[in-house]
Ligand binder design. Structure first.
Ligand code: NCD
Length: 377
């Protein structure tokens, strides 16, 4: 006789979604290792250092003749990824595509669910549930904050295929941007960029002890939100200054996180007060796609532009960052300044994403062995 099996109702996740992030973190790990990448709070200092090292190894293996590329291409040849990107994206999308290609993975994309069965009235979660059956990894950008976590919750359910003989193994989900809430892989590439930038300085202590400013829409800039949590949660004596219009001030959840971590932070609308002291500035565009009634038009954002003249007043070794795309807030005249790190951020993004994927599939040791064999002096 068939026994009734317990299944997880993916819609029941609506009961969990309101929990504080720290209470959900264990849902996204497996045997103590990160399995789904949903929030930046999931990462520890050790995770970040390991990923940066793995990314360094991957990029130097790739530069290392055709053998290096052939090795990388064989690493995940039997694995596949679905890139479910239903919110506008080209740079993040392509950087994930290239990360998959370097690792030898096959992949396919969904960019517009309206041309699929959503058109026939299917719910989006049902669509993703179906498509996920054909792949080993789901990489997803979505306009709705909680959607990737809901998918991760569903992917943990061994009975999601509802077939009586086969239990499905859990499948990892990487969020590539979740509404105005989080963008954890951008935070990884930002940490990687800061690490590499500070490494070039003599007597550096890395990110510890640095003063980092965020400028612009710090309320809805998901990259600012995700990076702030990593800086405050994983590094020592970091000081953060948020330069923003009053209407786009930090949201309470991030403030509470910073306070809980004992991180020194200030909010101001005056760049001049800290311009000469910051070790890095992270400029962002106004996120007007999240306006509810055109409120961005009321704001004089030009005060939050980094012009060449302002950049000239910054420290000689300051790091200038921007998640891109930029509008007028970042003067192209700064592009050739050695302090400009935003083009490097994009390349670093591809390698840290490749490192993240290799690590989700436990290929760290293989990479390290190859690296040590070919790069030991
Ligand atoms: C950012 C994003 O999508 O949040 N872009 C990116 O992924 N590099 C920043 C933005 O859109 O302003």
């Amino acid at each position: 006789m068939q026994t009734e099996r317990e299944t997880v109702d993916p819609y029941a996740y609506s009961n969990l979604v309101a929990l504080p992030k720290r209470e959900k973190l264990q849902l996204f790990s497996n045997n103590g290792k990160i399995f789904h990448v949903i929030f930046s709070q999931q990462f520890t200092r050790e995770n970040l250092e390991d990923l940066c090292e793995l990314a360094d190894q991957l990029r130097s293996i790739a530069q290392d003749t055709r053998d290096g590329l052939a090795f990388l291409n064989s690493l995940l040849r039997e694995r596949s990824a679905m890139l479910y990107f239903t919110q506008p994206s080209t740079r993040t999308y392509l950087s994930f595509v290239r990360a998959c290609q370097y690792l030898g993975m096959s992949y396919a994309e969904v960019r517009d669910p309206n041309v699929s069965s959503k058109y026939k009235g299917e719910s989006e979660i049902d669509g993703v549930r179906t498509f996920s059956n054909y792949f080993d990894l789901i990489i997803m950008r979505h306009h709705q904050g909680g959607f990737a976590e809901q998918v991760a919750y569903l992917m943990n359910d061994p009975n999601r295929s509802l077939s009586l003989d086969d239990q499905m193994p859990p499948k990892p989900v990487i969020s590539a941007g979740a509404g105005s809430d989080e963008h954890p892989t951008q935070a990884l590439l930002d940490i990687y960029t800061l690490t590499r930038s500070f490494r070039r300085r003599p007597k550096t202590t890395g990110i510890d002890g640095k003063h980092i400013a965020f400028m612009g829409d710090v309320a809805r800039g998901r990259t600012v939100r995700s990076l702030s949590q990593l800086l405050a949660g994983c590094y020592k004596n970091v000081r953060l200054t948020y330069i923003r219009p009053e209407a786009l001030k930090l949201k309470d959840d991030i403030k509470a996180f910073l306070a809980r971590e004992g991180c020194r932070y200030d909010e101001t609308d005056r760049l001049e007060d800290v311009l000469g002291e910051v070790d890095a500035i992270y400029v962002t565009r106004i996120q007007d796609e999240y306006d509810t009634k055109g409120e961005s038009a009321e704001i004089d954002y030009s005060k939050y532009w980094l012009t060449k003249e302002k950049a000239d007043r910054m420290k000689k070794e300051a790091v200038v960052m921007h998640p891109l795309p930029r509008r007028a807030e970042l003067d192209p005249a700064i592009d050739n300044d050695p302090r400009a790190a935003y083009w490097k951020q994009e390349i670093n993004g591809m390698w840290i994403r490749a490192a993240l994927i290799a690590s989700l599939f436990n290929r760290e040791v293989q990479v390290m062995h190859h690296y040590q064999k070919h790069h030991s002096y």
